[in-house]
Write a protein that binds this ligand. Structure first.
Ligand code: PHE
Length: 469
């Protein structure tokens, strides 16, 4: 089948609604929106703290390897499925499966993804709420000149107060629903065009500050000098899971965004660009945070509170710290916000398409349910902090609801979703269709195809099996 007839088949298969769908206004708009989804709490909040918990350099190296051999090929595959299907992820999968005479059950692959994004958003919004609350904390000047103890106490004060957490979580979720309800392109496109570059500049500034702490070298060697003796198999699983999480893979988000992508845009180049920017932000965040950690004798493995306990110290000490601190947390909120929007989008898109609900109703419905589930994560930080629902299994010992949601999504659902995407595209879709869609020159197609067929699934499967056994 040639490209034009296959496109015609796609159009006829998806009658009606597809005519109303637009496209991104430019390639750059897609790059920014996809980067907006990819760059978020995962880069600035999660990457530094899991790097700290897992011993630094060796973990970072495994993570970079996972981005290269698993993340980038799967991102290309997901964007391609979205663009070819031209619908919400679940329906795009169904259309592509039917077109190649495969079982329509493949659509449940995207179903798992939508479930994962729902679960992630529930706790993502709670952390987004922390960031919102820190905008106020920084702006009020409470941080200036404070010791590590006082700053730690401010943070524990927040976590210990379910009422406050609920307010911030609600606010963050409301912001997310607001943009999704209005349809995503008008607001989102414009916002990311300004915010993403601003975040980059501010991070560079913070790295500059970190260089003055005198512990930059120690931080750089912590991040980049691998010590394999400290690498556990669990750490490899965490690195793999994080590669999916940070690139927004394994749950159909990139399919949803790809469905608005113009046919003449190179999927390979844009995926590469998005992945590089995402990785760049994570590494910059690490270089900004660890010098402060070491300079103040803090614990790199402090866990989820790491950036909320370290960066405020830096802001408290630098000139114009309240200003920079406020700006930083504003941008962190924006980074989290553009990611949260992308987490809600696929579910809302599907409710609209499949259940015929209008956008407002589906946003309100999906958003409120997610908000409700978020309360369980809030309580695990205080009232339920000793409650481990699956504690009877050794692997989940001591994990609260919040920990479980994070663990199950990032380390199990996302890699599983990604594995299935790789198998579907690599082993089931017609090779000719892939060649048409990617139009890669020279050996590049073969390289991508080989990696996606053999390396990616095997790597994910090995890490999985190793951890199960
Ligand atoms: N990639 C986002 C981050 O790093 C989180 C995210 C995951 C967003 C999955 C969308 C889908 O913060």
């Amino acid at each position: 089948m040639t490209q034009s007839t296959s496109n015609a088949a796609a159009t006829s298969a998806v009658s009606g609604a597809s005519a109303k769908r637009g496209f991104w206004s430019s390639r750059m708009a897609f790059v920014l929106a996809a980067t907006g989804s990819a760059v978020g709490l995962g880069n600035i909040w999660k990457f530094p703290y899991i790097t700290g918990e897992n011993g630094g350099g060796a973990f970072v190296l495994v993570y970079l390897l996972c981005i290269a051999v698993v993340g980038i090929p799967i991102m290309m595959a997901e964007v391609m499925i979205g663009r070819r299907g031209g619908r919400s992820p679940i329906n795009s999968m169904r259309i592509l499966a039917e077109r190649d005479r495969l079982s329509s059950r493949w659509k449940w692959l995207a179903g798992v993804g939508v479930l994962a994004s729902f679960l992630i958003l529930s706790f993502y919004s709670v952390i987004g709420g922390w960031a919102v609350s820190y905008v106020g904390t920084a702006a009020s000047g409470q941080l200036s000149g404070q010791s590590a103890e006082v700053i730690g106490a401010i943070f524990s004060g927040l976590l210990g107060d379910p009422g406050k957490l609920l307010i911030w979580h609600s606010l963050f979720m409301a912001l997310t629903m607001l943009v999704v309800a209005r349809g995503l392109r008008g607001g989102l496109e414009r916002a990311v065009t300004i915010l993403m570059p601003a975040l980059f500049v501010l991070l560079l500034l913070l790295v500059g500050y970190a260089m003055t702490t005198g512990h930059f070298g120690q931080a750089a060697s912590f991040l980049f000098r691998p010590d394999f003796s400290s690498l556990t198999t669990e750490a490899v699983l965490v690195a793999l899971g994080h590669a999916f999480f940070t690139l927004s893979l394994g749950m159909g988000v990139m399919m949803a965004y790809g469905s608005y992508l113009n046919k003449n845009v190179s999927i390979a180049k844009t995926s590469l660009l998005v992945s590089l920017m995402d990785t760049g932000v994570a590494l910059l965040a690490g270089l900004a945070i660890f010098p402060i950690v070491f300079a103040n004798g803090l614990e790199p493995g402090a866990g989820p509170g790491l950036i909320f306990q370290t960066l405020p110290l830096a802001f408290g000490q630098m000139p114009l710290g309240s200003l920079f601190g406020t700006l930083f947390f504003v941008l962190l909120v924006f980074a989290a916000w553009t990611s949260a929007i992308s987490l809600l989008e696929p579910l809302v898109e599907w409710l609209e398409e499949q259940k015929g609900m209008n956008r407002l109703v589906s946003t309100l419905g999906a958003g409120s349910l997610c908000w409700l589930l978020g309360i369980a994560s809030i309580l695990s930080l205080n009232e339920w902090s000793g409650f481990a629902p699956l504690g009877m299994f050794a692997a989940f010992e001591g994990k609260t609801v919040f920990d479980l949601l994070d663990y199950l999504t990032a380390n199990i659902l996302l890699p599983l979703g990604g594995l299935l995407v790789a198998v579907f595209v690599g082993w089931f879709m017609a090779r000719q269709a892939l060649e048409n869609e990617l139009s890669l020159r020279g050996p590049w197609f073969g390289l991508w195809y080989g990696v996606l067929r053999y390396v990616t699934p095997v790597a994910v499967a090995i890490v999985f099996i190793y951890n199960l056994v």
